[in-house]
Design a protein around this ligand. Sequence first.
Ligand code: ZN
Length: 99
Amino acid sequence: MLFCEKCNLLSEKKKCENCGNENLREVNDNDFCYFGLFCRGDLFILKSNLQDKNIDVAVVPFGGFDIILPDRTSAYFKVYIKYKDFSQANEIKDILFGK
Ligand SMILES: [Zn+2]
């Protein structure tokens, strides 16, 4: 599996489908890979379930001011998971939210 360092995206092709980067490298176990976009409620559930399995979760607030809630926190979050945990995290996500 290849990895785009710009987007933190996994790619099966030699070119990143998001940014067009053609200098993809082999992914390492500890690379944080883009996992998905979650609203705050889903993130809370996902994060606690992943942390129960000792899976590291990196979270970055997403979006412009239009989706910032009145309490000044973001409504949506980009979630990144290490490659070594990625498939297990996907299984947990499917159990929690369905496919
Ligand atoms: Zn990219």
